[in-house]
Design a protein. Structure first.
Length: 393
């Protein structure tokens, strides 16, 4: 599985010295012919957006969706670093133009890592020189690129899928500071589909809303969130399955992020059904998925429906709680707003006890008001998260 799965895509990951010990920390994804093709992106909505986000926004606006690639660094977020940080982000694009061709504004740049630490700009030009030497189209090149954007991630997050006449690949990083507010984390999606810049941007926005905007680990929005889509245009003009295949890859990457949550041990699928509207269902799902109390229950494998109802009530002040039911792992433990677990058969109780020990726990909340459904992915929260983040991290 690799970001280089589509035709016309090349990538590299190198150690530029941003991290200590020679670890991979500089990544590039672009086109095999070195020319500008279709690009799209979405960025954090944070008012404290990092310098790479500000530079990339400006470049995307200037090129109107024609890019040569994206350079990503890890180990230092280059966030809240003032004028020096802005100059370092611009240098990343300038180094790409110098060593890979084209103009500075034809490159997007991303960074991830520690916030507020001066960025080691002197590592960039030598690093991009290595990128130019290491570039490849094979899965190994894609894997190195995916490893080079890791920070506290325990594994490289990659996915790919084939459509009718085109391919989609992708890589992502993220394990904490995950709270949807456009996208979250860093992600590069690639395709060889022949799509317009307008369709690419529209498809990416829709996909992000359905996937990366519906995951949460700790309720913290990043300063650096960026999701990029690059299309080499060497494949066929896709039918309506393009958006679905793009969604499939993004969904796999989003799940990988939540499953790799810092200090986490379980994934929670918070599924709200019976909503009077998508907006109502999403408010309820987000409220439950973000609750520290619910996350603690997931850690303990405890089907504590009372905490779920409390969060539904907080998210939807006008809800008729007497219409709400809650199930864990397909077993209903609350009906009509009150406990129903005591009426379960012995077989259902045993099944529930067994399944609450599984790696993934599905919590379904039926609002009993309509037909709309929304699912948000969350994680439990454990001691490992506190240890990782009790100091500068």
């Amino acid at each position: 599985m690799s970001v280089t799965f589509p035709e016309g895509i090349r990538a590299a990951g190198v150690g530029a010295g941003i991290k200590e010990g020679g670890a991979l920390d500089l990544s590039f994804v672009g086109f095999t012919d070195g020319m500008a093709h279709i690009g799209a992106a979405v960025f954090t909505q944070s008012g404290a957006a990092a310098a790479p986000v500000l530079v990339s926004r400006a470049h995307l606006d200037q090129t109107k969706g024609r890019l040569r690639g994206v350079l990503l660094s890890s180990g230092n977020a280059n966030a809240l670093t003032g004028d020096a940080g802005q100059q370092a982000a611009e240098l990343m694009a300038a180094a790409c133009a110098e060593h890979l061709g084209g103009e500075e504004h034809e490159y997007l740049v991303c960074s991830t890592g520690l916030i507020g630490i001066p960025f080691p700009a002197d590592r960039i030009r030598p690093g991009v020189e290595l990128i130019a030497e290491e570039m490849g189209t094979d899965p190994r090149a894609g894997e190195r690129a995916a490893h080079a954007i890791r920070t506290t991630d325990t594994f490289a997050k990659q996915a790919e899928v084939a459509g009718i006449g085109f391919r989609v690949g992708g890589m992502a990083k993220g394990a904490a500071m995950i709270a949807p507010n456009m996208a979250t984390m860093l992600c590069v999606l690639t395709t060889d589909a022949k799509v317009s810049a307008e369709r690419a941007q529209s498809a990416l926005g829709w996909v992000v809303d359905q996937t990366f905007n519906r995951i949460t680990i700790d309720g913290c929005t990043s300063t650096n969130d960026t999701v990029v889509l690059l299309a080499s245009e060497v494949g066929a003009e896709p039918g309506p399955d393009f958006e679905e295949r793009l969604l499939e890859v993004a969904a796999k990457l989003a799940y990988s992020i939540v499953s790799d949550a810092e200090g986490g041990s379980r994934v929670g699928r918070i599924r709200v059904v019976g909503g009077a509207s998508v907006a109502e269902a999403e408010l309820a799902a987000r409220g439950v998925a973000s609750s520290l109390l619910v996350k603690c229950s997931l850690l303990g494998g405890d089907p504590y429906w009372g905490r779920v109802l409390a969060e539904v009530g907080a998210a939807l002040p006008g809800v008729d709680i007497s219409s709400v039911s809650v199930s864990y792992q397909g077993v209903k433990v609350c009906e009509g707003g009150v406990e129903s677990a005591s009426r379960l058969s012995l077989a259902d109780r045993r099944r529930l006890d067994h399944r609450m020990g599984e790696r993934e726990i599905v919590v379904e909340i039926d609002l009993g008001q309509g037909q709309d459904t929304v699912e948000v992915l969350t994680s439990d929260i454990g001691h490992g998260y506190l240890e990782e983040n009790r100091g500068t991290s």
